[in-house]
Design a protein around this ligand. Structure first.
Ligand SMILES: Nc1ncnc2c1ncn2[C@@H]1O[C@H](COP(=O)(O)OP(=O)(O)OP(=O)(O)O)[C@@H](O)[C@H]1O
Ligand SMILES: Nc1nc2c(ncn2[C@@H]2O[C@H](COP(=O)(O)O)[C@@H](O)[C@H]2O)c(=O)[nH]1
Length: 544
């Protein structure tokens, strides 16, 4: 039997009032939240440097007893009245806005992620980064690189024309002059070198590089704008930029486009007629190094050869596994509003959000972070939210004989209302799933709430909503059972183990009430034993 309890209920008390000596502007009815990571406390609340549109973040260092305001990268959430915060792996804090609209409630504050560490080094100052949580099956952004004139822009234009609701283009910044047909804000954000350098220093760029003598860069905002519109973001950037994005947490698909030959590349550049002879020569010189890097740097998962345009476009669509013109990026199937007043409980990658307050309906929501990807800069994608209603997720429950300790509990046979199981230590076999065949089963468990009042120990077999990793018991069920326990005023439970019914993984939760009511239990057991004996005689259950 697994060691129990394996489940840690870790209620974070939020809404603490902080005196930080730093003058965080907090409205009286607004509550700050503080989380501790190592020697640092991160206080989230109020507004950032007096700007009412940006949620404030302050850091308190225990060692120096000093407060500091970090440079905040990415667009953060707007302030609201209160937050829940939970420390996640990899230097990230999950921040849930209380009482916010469903598409604005889940945020991640990166305080020591690889991206933040990199930016801290680059900018030489304290940095934190926000990324918004995007629900649903979000597709990865796409980075397309290749030498100038190979046809990247042409391929991207074809893709956006055929699938207008699926893809959005990340509009880069550049210090080069616009070409005659180019529009500011559409093809590029044309900018001045000093302005762009300042913005780079302020941490506004996901990546930037000097390309063919000009500065080019992707601002964090450009990527966010596309992602927020529900589209899959395409970045047309050079190999240096692709390298930077690869090192970031954008988690993109990287595609490199090669020309059939240098001669053909030169012909295309000349035919385009947008560069002077000197610029063409420079671009061609750079092309050789780019192609070499593109083919051998390990950055790119896919290399496409753009000889015949139609063919190359078809290959691009194959690589992107495009099926139809459905919106793909972070589109919510249904909006689940998080309760205004709630507590959060963390177990592995799952966060249980339990409604609290006077008018509570006892709703519970599970925020599954096991499939998240991306992060700052940009969005954290792949969040799954599920609601848990009342008890029905507890499929079956029954009593078990306990000889005093969890380690020695003896799981005998258990008969459910319409199912028959053969329960042995750590395994449950579903014998039959139809009605009782005339065998009069006594269901050991009345509805769970009653059951808890009347027995000294109960085993709950809980159907899992999703597949269960044995080393990561599902907090959904733990939460559901915890709620029942709370209702009947009983202390927390321990997770017994993950077992399986056929191929269906279930969690077995055990509750001990080491006092009284043994008589009832004994009576129930007698009934069960009689039933089991009857079933064995009829060959319905078998011995293990
Ligand atoms: N397969 C192809 N065969 C012939 N011409 C092509 C092909 N693909 C693109 N072209 C042409 O080559 C020229 C360069 O293409 P495009 O502007 O798309 O290149 P690019 O890779 O985006 O260049 P840059 O990096 O400079 O923006 C365009 O005139 C385009 O019409
Ligand atoms: N690193 C980045 N490279 C970029 C970006 N936007 C465009 N580019 C690359 O620059 C060259 C030249 O572009 P052109 O429009 O002047 O022909 C091309 O290879 C682009 O891929 C950027 O934001 N970052």
């Amino acid at each position: 039997m697994g060691e129990a309890p394996a489940f840690f209920v870790d209620h974070l008390e939020n809404g603490q009032q902080h005196t930080n000596g730093f003058g965080v502007k907090t409205e009286p009815e607004h509550r700050d939240t503080s989380v501790q990571i190592g020697d640092r406390s991160y206080v989230i609340g109020g507004n950032h440097e007096g700007n009412p549109l940006f949620l404030g973040v302050q850091i308190h260092d225990k060692n120096t007893n000093k407060w500091s305001t970090p440079t905040v990268l990415g667009t953060g959430p707007k302030p609201c009245k209160a937050y829940s915060a939970i420390v996640l792996k990899q230097g990230r804090i999950l921040v849930i806005k209380k009482g916010s609209a469903s598409d604005d409630s889940i945020w991640f504050l990166e305080v020591d992620s690889p991206f933040v560490r990199e930016q801290r080094k680059l900018l030489g100052k304290e940095v934190v980064a926000w990324s918004k949580g995007v629900r649903g099956n979000a597709e990865k952004p796409i980075v397309i690189s290749g030498p100038s004139g190979v046809g990247k822009g042409t391929l991207i234009a074809m893709l956006m024309k055929e699938f207008p609701s699926m893809f959005g283009f990340s509009v880069s910044h550049t210090t080069r002059s616009p070409r005659c047909m180019e529009e500011n804000g559409v093809h590029y954000h044309f900018t001045d070198k000093t302005v762009m350098e300042k913005e780079i220093n302020d941490g506004k760029f996901l990546e930037y590089a000097s390309v063919h003598g000009n500065l080019y860069g992707t601002s964090i905002e450009s990527v966010e704008v596309v992602t927020d519109s529900g589209k899959r973001c395409i970045l047309d950037i050079d190999v240096q930029g692709a390298r930077s994005v690869k090192a970031s947490s954008l988690d993109a698909v990287f595609i490199f486009v090669c020309p059939p030959s240098m001669k053909e590349l030169e012909d295309r550049l000349r035919a385009r007629g947008t560069e002077t002879e000197e610029q063409i020569q420079k671009r061609l010189r750079n092309a050789e190094a780019e192609i070499k890097a593109g083919e051998s740097s390990g950055i790119f998962e896919h290399i496409l050869y753009n000889d015949n345009l139609e063919e190359c476009y078809k290959n691009l669509k194959n690589v992107l596994r495009i099926i139809d013109d459905a919106p793909v990026n972070g589109v919510q199937v249904e909006g689940i509003n998080l309760p205004k007043e709630h507590t959060v409980t963390k177990n592995g990658d799952k966060i249980l959000i339990q409604e609290t307050g006077e008018a509570t309906k006892n709703n519970m929501i599970v925020l599954d972070l096991s499939s998240i990807n991306g992060g700052a800069p940009g969005r954290t994608r792949g969040i799954v939210l599920d609601t848990i209603g009342q008890i029905p997720h507890i499929a079956t429950c029954g009593t078990l004989k306990v000889d005093g300790s969890l380690k020695h509990c003896n799981l005998n046979r258990f008969v459910g209302p319409k199912r028959r199981f053969d329960i042995a230590y750590k395994s449950v076999t579903l014998l039959e799933e139809k009605a009782n065949d005339g065998v009069s089963f006594s269901t050991l468990s009345p509805p769970p709430t009653l059951c808890l009042d009347e027995v000294n120990a109960s085993l709950f077999l809980c159907k899992s909503l999703a597949s269960i990793n044995p080393s990561d018991p599902d907090p959904v069920m733990a939460g559901a059972v915890a709620r029942i326990l709370k209702r009947v005023g009983l202390p927390p439970l321990g997770v017994l183990d993950v077992i399986s019914i056929g191929s269906l993984p279930v969690l077995a939760y055990i509750y001990f009430r080491l006092e009284k009511q043994f008589a009832w239990l004994d009576e129930q057991e007698k009934r069960v034993n009689a039933t089991v004996a009857d079933m064995r005689a009829r060959g319905i259950i078998r011995d293990r």
